[in-house]
Design a protein around this ligand. Structure first.
Ligand SMILES: [Zn+2]
Length: 161
């Protein structure tokens, strides 16, 4: 069986940035299980895995446009501390959910604190970065109709609901 749309796929992976630092890895834990063709993983990785078989190992460099997008300077803005009412202490690096002008929920990260000014960044933490994946395919199976309808995998490593 090869990886194709509507297959439930289990992979072991390690994600590093261009500096060689490990950002994320399934090592020491359970494999990542995802539904191919459902946008569960970044587009560049999903595309690279299409047609692969169990046991295949691959190294994939995904450019920002096929990962978390280019870094957008316009997503950085300065807010007043009063916007963060209810938060005891603000710290650089803290993350908050905020609603973007288009109504979508986004995560903003505090980049700088200066008096009453809080500089927040709405870019994904990995925006603008090339992502280097080392992947080994562990398992491929047909997804159930329910999984396809939900757009994600159920059971071990998947959603429980
Ligand atoms: Zn579901």
């Amino acid at each position: 069986m090869l990886i194709a749309a509507n297959k439930a796929v289990s992979i072991d992976y390690t994600l590093t940035n261009d500096a060689g630092e490990v950002i994320d890895s399934s090592a020491g834990g359970a494999p990542l299980v995802y539904l191919q063709g459902a946008g569960n993983i970044i587009p560049g990785l999903e595309k690279a895995l299409e047609g692969k078989a169990v046991g295949d190992e691959l190294t994939v460099a995904v450019e920002p446009e096929d990962a978390y997008g280019e870094y957008a300077a316009e997503l950085v803005s300065t807010l007043s501390r009063s916007m963060f009412e209810g938060v005891d202490e603000l710290e650089v690096g803290m993350q908050f959910h905020a609603s973007a002008p288009d109504g979508q929920m986004q995560i903003v990260t505090i980049r700088d604190l200066d008096g009453d000014d809080v500089t927040v960044d709405g870019n994904h933490p990995l925006a603008g970065q090339r992502l280097n994946f080392q992947v080994k395919i562990i398992d491929i199976r047909d997804a159930s109709q329910e999984e396809v309808a939900h757009g994600h995998v159920h059971g071990e490593g998947g959603h429980h609901h």
